[in-house]
Unconditional design. Structure first.
Length: 226
C-alpha cells in the first residue's frame, strides 16, 4: 500500500439490525455519542461510518476494532495515535467514503449536488474570482467538483476549511499561494454516483494509485472476530 491509497465505499442504507450489530466495534463513548443524536439518521450514519473506520483500521493494525487508538487532531480530524497509518472519512446524503494510506497524510471528500439554485452566489461569496467565473459557466456541478477537491486537500493538511476555500485546485498538484496551508497535495477526482462529486488528496507532489472497493459490513465483522 506504500504507493497508493485504498478507498472503501461505505453503504449507509443498511438494515437497522445490520447497523445495530456494528455498535460492537465502537467504544462505549462512541456508542453514547451515536445514541445522543436528535436525528436518528445522523446517529446511524455516525455509527456506521465510525464502525467501518474501526473495522478497517483494526484489520490493518491487527487489533480489535474498539481498541484502535483514535485521537482528534488540532481541528478535529480523527487520527490513529502513534501508528504508521493515515485515514480519513467523508459522508453526505446516502454516500460515504473511507480512505487509508500508510505513508502519506490523506483527505477524502464526497458531496451531494444540492446547490443548483445557489452555486453561483456561494462561489462569488467564498471562492476566488477564477473559481466563481468557472461556476457561472459550469453551474452547480462545477461548484461541487471544486469544493470536494479543496476539502480533500484541507483534510490532508489537517487544516481548517476556511483556510482552503481559495486554494487553486485546477491542477493535480496543489499549493496555497497565500501560505495559510503549508506544503503540497496531489488531488484526484474519484468516481461518484450521479448527482455527487468526490475527490482524494495525499500530502506531497508524487503521483499515486487509487484502489476503490465496496465495504461489506458482514465480511468486515467476520474478519474482526477471526
Amino acid at each position: 500500500m506504500t504507493d497508493g491509497v485504498r478507498i472503501w465505499r461505505i453503504p449507509l442504507d443498511l438494515p437497522s439490525r445490520s447497523a445495530a450489530r456494528l455498535a460492537a466495534a465502537l467504544t462505549p463513548d462512541e456508542r453514547d455519542r451515536a445514541g445522543a443524536y436528535r436525528d436518528p439518521v445522523a446517529g446511524r450514519t455516525f455509527l456506521v461510518v465510525r464502525a467501518a473506520a474501526r473495522l478497517v483500521l483494526g484489520a490493518h493494525l491487527a487489533v480489535p476494532p474498539d481498541r484502535v487508538p483514535l485521537v482528534a487532531g488540532p481541528y478535529g480530524k480523527p487520527e490513529v495515535d502513534g501508528r504508521p497509518v493515515h485515514f480519513n472519512v467523508s459522508h453526505t446524503r446516502h454516500a460515504a467514503l473511507l480512505a487509508l494510506c500508510r505513508n502519506r497524510e490523506v483527505g477524502v471528500d464526497i458531496e451531494h449536488d444540492r446547490y443548483r439554485s445557489t452555486a453561483a452566489t456561494l462561489a462569488g461569496r467564498f471562492l476566488s474570482a477564477a473559481d466563481a467565473a468557472a461556476v457561472r459557466d459550469g453551474g452547480s456541478a462545477t461548484y461541487v467538483g471544486l469544493w470536494v477537491r479543496k476539502e480533500a486537500c484541507v483534510k490532508a493538511a489537517g487544516g481548517r476549511l476556511i483556510d482552503g476555500l481559495r486554494l487553486p485546485v485546477g491542477t493535480p498538484v496543489v499549493a496555497d499561494p497565500r501560505g495559510r496551508l503549508t506544503g503540497h497535495w496531489t488531488v484526484r477526482d474519484l468516481p461518484a454516483p450521479a448527482g455527487y462529486a468526490a475527490a482524494v488528496a495525499l500530502a506531497g507532489a508524487d503521483p499515486y494509485r487509487v484502489r476503490m472497493r465496496d465495504w461489506h459490513p458482514a465480511r468486515a465483522s467476520a474478519r474482526s472476530r477471526a
